[in-house]
Write a protein of this length. Structure first.
Length: 449
């Protein structure tokens, strides 16, 4: 085997090795979305804790209610989502382990091939290790420069062999280390999954509890249907009342904008007339300059007011999916839009917002800074507060005591009132809605997940 052909072969092997490493998924550094899954699991566990607190509160009254069933439904849904999240995390880890095992197998195959070539090189070196052979290799050159290049060439081959052997060994060691870490993680997740199996037992108990509670409620079918009809009527009345308030608010704002535009036009006309009068009466240059400054200041104030409203609207829009909840701790028991009632199959309700169950005595709070544009009371529903955020409106219903009034500037998370507790239904629920103009938006898409 000539030195030239041997060098070519090593070069091809090196390029093949480099290509293999580059083509391996993410260079063995794939992390997936493990961090997101961990965050999600933590939030789901916190939500389960909140639901447990609410259930403890409802059960302490020893009075069955549809709200209790709705909270149980929510708990079952959240627990199932938690189990699914952990299962998916196990799936991702298994996938990573399989990818690394395949990579190790391919690297070992490459390493075996390289070792054979290295053995051939060593054998070649051994056969040509005497000084005479080395001299003959150098003297075979056509020129001194070529002899020098051939001398450097032999050194480079030796260095290349040592370097590549070290790199491949280090790579194999690193992959083995990573695989060990992944196996450790798999064991960790296996233990978590084992603990979640216990959660499945709890889940089964909760489903039994749900069915027993619902069965007990259904024994008083007439009363239950009456409560459902009343609930449906309340939601419809609430939707109608809020829609009316929104329409009145839009009409009021449009009227204010019309008056504001007329006032601006009148001011501009007055400034123009004053400028003409100044020219006629030859008012001093100083007085004219002062009038111009006053006009500029007034225009700047008007522009700043318009810009502030536009900025508020833009800021609210940019926080979609990041708004804080209208209560410090709570769970959504009835979602947005038309849906089947969580307690009774086949009973449909249409909700323009979301119903959030919270602990007794909790305050409602603003989800964003803005200005209170409406405070009213609807019989059978409680008090309602509307806050404007530029083009957007947030609506808080079923309040017992209101701490704000129309025209108040509201800060983020500021308490605006206490949620009304319903003794008959044993529930503490706030209805929360978001509007843009006369368009109803889904609050679940806006609140922080």
């Amino acid at each position: 085997m000539s030195a030239f052909s041997l060098n070519n072969k090593l070069t091809i092997l090196f390029l093949s090795f480099a290509l293999f490493v580059l083509c391996t998924p993410q260079g063995f550094a794939q992390k997936g979305n493990k961090k997101d899954l961990e965050i999600k699991k933590k939030k789901l566990k916190e939500e389960i804790n909140t639901i447990n607190d609410l259930l403890h509160e409802t059960k302490s009254s020893k009075k069955l209610s549809m709200n209790q069933v709705a909270i149980l439904n929510k708990k079952i849904t959240v627990r199932e989502e938690l189990i699914n999240t952990i299962n998916y995390e196990i799936h991702l880890i298994n996938k990573q382990i399989n990818e690394n095992q395949t990579a190790i197998k391919n690297l070992n195959s490459t390493l075996d091939k390289l070792k054979k070539d290295y053995a051939a090189m060593i054998y070649f070196d051994y056969r040509n290790s005497d000084a005479y052979s080395k001299l003959m290799f150098l003297f075979a050159a056509d020129s001194f420069n070529q002899a020098y290049q051939q001398y450097k060439y032999t050194q480079q081959i030796a260095e290349y062999r040592r370097k590549k052997a070290a790199e491949i060994t280090d790579t194999q060691t690193e992959i083995t280390k990573k695989n060990t870490e992944l196996i450790s993680k798999k064991e960790e997740k296996r233990q978590l999954l084992s603990s979640e199996e216990l959660e499945k037992i709890n889940l089964a108990k909760e489903k039994d509890d749900q069915e027993n509670t619902l069965s007990s409620l259904q024994q008083t079918e007439k009363q239950l249907k009456g409560e459902l009809d009343k609930k449906k009527s309340e939601i419809e009345n609430l939707n109608a009342a809020i829609k009316k308030l929104i329409q009145e608010e839009i009409k009021r704002q449009q009227e204010e904008e019309r008056k504001h535009a007329l006032a601006l036009a009148k001011k501009k006309e007055e400034r123009a007339n004053r400028a003409k009068e100044n020219k006629k009466t030859k008012t001093s240059a100083k007085a004219i300059e002062e009038d111009k400054k006053a006009d500029a200041k007034a225009e700047a104030a008007e522009m700043a007011e318009t810009k502030e409203a536009e900025q508020l609207s833009s800021d609210f829009s940019s926080n979609k999916g990041k708004l804080p909840w209208p209560v410090a701790k709570g769970v959504i028991t009835i979602g947005f839009g038309e849906q089947e009632h969580p307690t009774i199959k086949g009973f449909m309700i249409n909700n323009n917002g979301v119903e959030i169950s919270a602990a007794k005595g909790q305050n409602a709070r603003a989800v964003f800074e803005g200005v209170v544009t409406g405070v009213t009371t609807v019989p059978g529903i409680g008090k309602i507060v509307i806050i404007r955020h530029g083009d957007y409106l947030s609506v808080y219903s079923n309040l017992e005591e209101v701490l704000v009034k129309s025209g108040d500037k509201i800060a983020l998370k500021q308490n605006i009132g206490t949620i009304a507790f319903n003794d008959d239904e044993n529930r503490n629920v706030i209805n929360f809605q978001i509007w843009k103009g006369q368009k109803i938006l889904n609050p679940e898409e806006w609140l922080y997940k």
